[in-house]
Design a protein around this ligand. Sequence first.
Ligand code: UT7
Length: 362
Amino acid sequence: MLLISIEVFGFIIRFIFLKLDFNENYSMYNSKITGLGHYVPDNVVTNDDLSKIMDTNDEWIQERTGIKERRHVSGPDDTTTSMGVKAAKIAIERAGIDKDDIDFIVFATLSPDYYFPGPGVLVQRDLGIKTVGALDVRNQCSGFVYGISVADQYIKSGMYKNVLVIGSEVHSKGLDMTTRGRGVSVIFGDGAGAAILSREEDTSKGILSTHLHSEGQHAEELALLAPGMGGRWVTDIVADANPDDESYLPVMNGQFVFKNAVVRFSEVIMEGLKANNLQPDAIDMLIPHQANLRISQFIQKKFGLSDDQVFNNIMKYGNTTAASIPIALTEAWEGGKVKEGDLVVLAAFGSGFTWGSVIIRW
Ligand code: UT7
């Protein structure tokens, strides 16, 4: 009888603790963003520049997307990795750490220098960091949010103290810069952003929670299908030598993506607020992935936020996919728009579909 009672008691205790573990943050540490940096190529490409090489115009692009100009790499010096390294160097310096204090690298991109290996190891090499782990994240526009979430878990678990997270993209080399590709090519731009996440002992500060989702059912609605091992490989494309081949160009069902984006952005921001018992009016700064100014404005209206509570820079850079949030966050911070004690919300949606949010007490 006594033995059964002890077992039942043990079960109840285990159940309570498991339940608590699932619902609450009982880790000894939080992670905090201690350094931010960004880098964009010098080459500015305006809407008028694009209208000289394809059938488009400034009015259409601004009205539908809010974009006025974007940056494109020119010459061999700016690659996804090299831009990421430049952004990372600034973030490391601002964090006040040495490169050798970095315990782990996370690199998010859809436009890696090489098909493999991914750019994480190239950053380890080019920064001359000791042989720490390097992880490549392939979650497109949500890549930086996924990367932050991964880094946050490593720090919360006590495994690492400082993690470098980079989002960087060179889109311009892979776009169809003719009228055929105008529905996609006018939107995307090149650039990089980086953050250092460091251990924070005060668990009321730093990253409070992260929330990640995916819906692979819509994988082909925004995608680049080739080269892929399940479909057309490089050798097939070369052998066909078909000038009308579009399989290696990005495709986007724009209106379908737009409709899903506004729903998922709203859901995942609300999910993050709820998890922290917060209401939308608690948001000091929302940094949405810069997909389309119209999407950001829709979210702003839905949550009743003022212009000062939402940061947008898509006008200058277009959509830089995994780089868009770290570039925007860096510029917001540099402009004094993100201050100690502020509630900062990052939210992203994109190809996959994947989406996510990060809730931060700065
Ligand atoms: O970051 C990842 C997530 N991505 C997004 O969230 C993107 C979501 N989607 C969008 O932002 C919008 O759907 C776009 C900006 C991509 C497109 O805007 P839209 O209002 O959905 O335009 P549409 O694709 O329905 O095209 C309308 C018209 C078409 O012409 P017709 O068929 O009406 O004669 C297009 O051929 O606009 C034409 N069009 C263009 N015209 C001038 C498409 N691209 C262009 C262009 N310049 N660049």
